[in-house]
Design a protein around this ligand. Structure first.
Ligand SMILES: [Zn+2]
Ligand SMILES: [Zn+2]
Length: 214
Protein backbone atom coordinates (compact mmCIF):
# COMPACT_ATOMS: atom_id res chain seq x y z
CA UNK A 1 0.00 0.00 0.00
CA UNK A 2 1.51 3.34 -1.05
CA UNK A 3 1.03 5.97 1.60
CA UNK A 4 1.34 9.68 0.85
CA UNK A 5 3.13 11.29 3.78
CA UNK A 6 4.59 14.78 4.26
CA UNK A 7 7.68 13.93 6.32
CA UNK A 8 8.59 17.47 7.44
CA UNK A 9 5.90 19.57 9.13
CA UNK A 10 6.32 22.25 11.81
CA UNK A 11 3.61 23.36 14.23
CA UNK A 12 3.26 26.36 16.52
CA UNK A 13 5.41 24.43 19.02
CA UNK A 14 8.39 25.39 16.82
CA UNK A 15 9.57 28.90 17.66
CA UNK A 16 9.11 29.83 13.99
CA UNK A 17 5.92 27.87 13.20
CA UNK A 18 2.39 29.25 13.23
CA UNK A 19 0.26 26.16 12.45
CA UNK A 20 -1.97 24.89 15.26
CA UNK A 21 -2.29 21.12 15.71
CA UNK A 22 -5.91 21.34 14.55
CA UNK A 23 -4.76 23.09 11.35
CA UNK A 24 -2.13 20.38 10.73
CA UNK A 25 -4.89 17.77 10.69
CA UNK A 26 -7.25 19.92 8.60
CA UNK A 27 -4.65 20.70 5.90
CA UNK A 28 -3.32 17.13 5.83
CA UNK A 29 -6.87 15.91 5.13
CA UNK A 30 -7.55 18.68 2.63
CA UNK A 31 -4.37 17.79 0.69
CA UNK A 32 -5.32 14.10 0.59
CA UNK A 33 -2.35 12.99 2.66
CA UNK A 34 -2.32 9.67 4.49
CA UNK A 35 -0.09 11.13 7.16
CA UNK A 36 2.42 13.72 8.34
CA UNK A 37 5.57 13.68 10.43
CA UNK A 38 5.61 16.41 13.06
CA UNK A 39 9.18 17.70 13.12
CA UNK A 40 9.40 20.83 15.25
CA UNK A 41 12.74 22.48 15.96
CA UNK A 42 14.33 20.82 19.01
CA UNK A 43 11.06 19.84 20.70
CA UNK A 44 8.67 16.88 20.57
CA UNK A 45 5.97 18.67 22.57
CA UNK A 46 3.59 19.24 19.64
CA UNK A 47 4.34 15.80 18.18
CA UNK A 48 3.41 14.15 21.48
CA UNK A 49 0.20 16.15 21.79
CA UNK A 50 -0.88 15.11 18.30
CA UNK A 51 -0.51 11.34 18.45
CA UNK A 52 -3.87 10.00 17.37
CA UNK A 53 -6.30 11.14 14.70
CA UNK A 54 -8.51 8.60 13.04
CA UNK A 55 -7.58 8.00 9.41
CA UNK A 56 -4.24 9.84 9.64
CA UNK A 57 -0.77 8.44 10.33
CA UNK A 58 0.99 10.78 12.74
CA UNK A 59 4.70 10.17 12.86
CA UNK A 60 6.25 11.83 15.91
CA UNK A 61 9.60 13.45 15.20
CA UNK A 62 11.95 16.35 15.77
CA UNK A 63 14.24 18.54 13.68
CA UNK A 64 17.49 18.49 15.60
CA UNK A 65 19.96 21.38 15.39
CA UNK A 66 23.22 19.46 15.25
CA UNK A 67 26.57 21.25 15.09
CA UNK A 68 26.85 20.80 11.33
CA UNK A 69 23.21 21.45 10.42
CA UNK A 70 19.64 20.16 10.69
CA UNK A 71 18.81 16.49 11.12
CA UNK A 72 15.29 15.06 11.01
CA UNK A 73 14.65 12.31 13.53
CA UNK A 74 11.49 10.42 12.59
CA UNK A 75 9.44 8.06 14.73
CA UNK A 76 11.00 9.31 17.97
CA UNK A 77 9.06 10.36 21.06
CA UNK A 78 11.99 11.58 23.16
CA UNK A 79 13.79 14.83 22.38
CA UNK A 80 17.24 14.38 20.80
CA UNK A 81 19.54 17.07 22.27
CA UNK A 82 20.71 19.88 20.00
CA UNK A 83 24.31 21.08 19.63
CA UNK A 84 25.88 17.64 19.30
CA UNK A 85 28.09 16.54 16.43
CA UNK A 86 26.42 14.83 13.52
CA UNK A 87 27.71 11.35 14.42
CA UNK A 88 26.61 11.73 18.04
CA UNK A 89 23.18 12.99 16.90
CA UNK A 90 22.72 10.02 14.55
CA UNK A 91 23.87 7.67 17.32
CA UNK A 92 21.25 9.13 19.70
CA UNK A 93 18.55 8.66 17.04
CA UNK A 94 19.67 5.05 16.49
CA UNK A 95 19.51 4.37 20.22
CA UNK A 96 15.76 5.08 20.22
CA UNK A 97 15.18 3.24 16.89
CA UNK A 98 14.37 6.46 15.04
CA UNK A 99 15.03 7.27 11.39
CA UNK A 100 17.89 9.76 10.88
CA UNK A 101 17.33 11.93 7.81
CA UNK A 102 19.78 14.49 6.43
CA UNK A 103 17.55 17.60 6.11
CA UNK A 104 17.72 19.96 3.10
CA UNK A 105 21.46 19.41 2.51
CA UNK A 106 21.87 22.20 -0.07
CA UNK A 107 19.48 24.91 1.10
CA UNK A 108 20.82 28.44 1.20
CA UNK A 109 19.33 30.89 3.72
CA UNK A 110 17.53 28.11 5.59
CA UNK A 111 20.15 27.10 8.08
CA UNK A 112 23.32 28.56 9.43
CA UNK A 113 25.21 25.61 8.02
CA UNK A 114 24.03 23.00 5.58
CA UNK A 115 23.91 19.53 7.07
CA UNK A 116 27.19 17.70 6.79
CA UNK A 117 27.56 14.48 4.90
CA UNK A 118 27.65 11.38 7.05
CA UNK A 119 27.46 7.77 5.91
CA UNK A 120 25.27 6.67 8.82
CA UNK A 121 22.15 8.58 7.80
CA UNK A 122 19.12 6.39 7.02
CA UNK A 123 17.86 8.71 4.24
CA UNK A 124 18.29 12.09 2.58
CA UNK A 125 15.58 14.72 2.18
CA UNK A 126 16.06 15.36 -1.54
CA UNK A 127 12.91 17.47 -1.97
CA UNK A 128 12.16 20.19 0.57
CA UNK A 129 9.38 22.48 -0.69
CA UNK A 130 10.69 25.42 1.36
CA UNK A 131 14.27 25.40 0.07
CA UNK A 132 15.79 28.10 -2.00
CA UNK A 133 16.97 27.74 -4.72
CA UNK A 134 14.55 24.83 -5.15
CA UNK A 135 15.61 23.21 -8.46
CA UNK A 136 19.33 23.45 -7.80
CA UNK A 137 19.12 22.06 -4.27
CA UNK A 138 16.79 19.26 -5.36
CA UNK A 139 19.16 18.31 -8.19
CA UNK A 140 22.25 18.34 -5.94
CA UNK A 141 20.48 16.45 -3.15
CA UNK A 142 19.36 13.71 -5.54
CA UNK A 143 22.92 13.36 -6.82
CA UNK A 144 24.22 13.12 -3.26
CA UNK A 145 21.64 10.44 -2.36
CA UNK A 146 22.63 8.39 -5.40
CA UNK A 147 26.34 8.78 -4.58
CA UNK A 148 25.80 7.68 -0.96
CA UNK A 149 23.27 5.04 -2.02
CA UNK A 150 20.72 6.30 0.52
CA UNK A 151 16.90 6.29 0.36
CA UNK A 152 15.32 9.54 -0.90
CA UNK A 153 12.48 11.30 0.93
CA UNK A 154 10.53 14.56 0.63
CA UNK A 155 8.67 16.97 2.89
CA UNK A 156 7.19 20.44 2.75
CA UNK A 157 9.05 21.91 5.77
CA UNK A 158 5.74 23.74 6.25
CA UNK A 159 5.67 26.36 9.00
CA UNK A 160 2.22 27.57 7.93
CA UNK A 161 -0.85 25.38 7.29
CA UNK A 162 -1.45 25.95 3.56
CA UNK A 163 2.16 24.84 2.84
CA UNK A 164 1.47 21.30 4.12
CA UNK A 165 1.61 18.68 1.38
CA UNK A 166 3.61 20.82 -1.09
CA UNK A 167 6.05 17.91 -0.99
CA UNK A 168 5.46 14.38 0.22
CA UNK A 169 6.91 10.89 0.10
CA UNK A 170 5.09 7.86 -1.28
CA UNK A 171 5.91 5.01 1.08
CA UNK A 172 5.13 1.34 0.54
CA UNK A 173 4.04 0.28 3.99
CA UNK A 174 1.14 -0.68 6.21
CA UNK A 175 -0.49 2.40 7.76
CA UNK A 176 1.37 2.33 11.06
CA UNK A 177 4.25 4.48 12.33
CA UNK A 178 6.77 1.64 12.92
CA UNK A 179 6.00 0.11 9.51
CA UNK A 180 6.48 3.49 7.81
CA UNK A 181 9.82 4.01 9.60
CA UNK A 182 11.00 0.56 8.57
CA UNK A 183 9.94 1.10 4.94
CA UNK A 184 11.89 4.39 4.74
CA UNK A 185 15.03 2.68 6.05
CA UNK A 186 14.80 -0.07 3.46
CA UNK A 187 14.23 2.46 0.67
CA UNK A 188 10.56 1.77 -0.13
CA UNK A 189 10.08 5.54 -0.51
CA UNK A 190 9.67 7.87 -3.49
CA UNK A 191 9.90 11.68 -3.15
CA UNK A 192 7.50 14.11 -4.86
CA UNK A 193 6.90 17.81 -4.61
CA UNK A 194 7.24 21.36 -5.84
CA UNK A 195 8.48 24.64 -4.43
CA UNK A 196 6.12 26.59 -2.18
CA UNK A 197 4.84 29.63 -4.15
CA UNK A 198 6.24 33.04 -3.17
CA UNK A 199 2.92 34.48 -2.02
CA UNK A 200 2.59 31.69 0.54
CA UNK A 201 6.20 32.16 1.69
CA UNK A 202 5.61 35.88 2.17
CA UNK A 203 2.47 35.20 4.15
CA UNK A 204 4.44 32.80 6.33
CA UNK A 205 7.09 35.47 6.98
CA UNK A 206 4.44 38.03 7.95
CA UNK A 207 2.68 35.63 10.35
CA UNK A 208 6.02 34.61 11.77
CA UNK A 209 7.01 38.22 12.49
CA UNK A 210 3.63 38.79 14.08
CA UNK A 211 4.22 35.79 16.36
CA UNK A 212 7.72 36.98 17.33
CA UNK A 213 6.73 40.51 18.20
CA UNK A 214 3.47 39.67 19.90
ZN1 LIG B 1 15.76 22.84 8.76
ZN1 LIG C 1 12.19 22.28 9.13
Amino acid sequence: MALKIDLHVHTCYSSDGVTTLREVVAYAERRGLDGVAITDHDTVEGALKLRVKKGLILLPGIEVTALEGHVLALNVTKPIPSGLTLSRTIQKINEVDGVAVMAHPFALLKTIRSAGVHPDFDAIEVINASTFPFSVSTHLSRKLAIRLNLPQVAGSDAHYGPEIGSAYTLIDADPEADEVAYAIKKGAATPFGRAIPWELRLKRVMLNLKKRFK
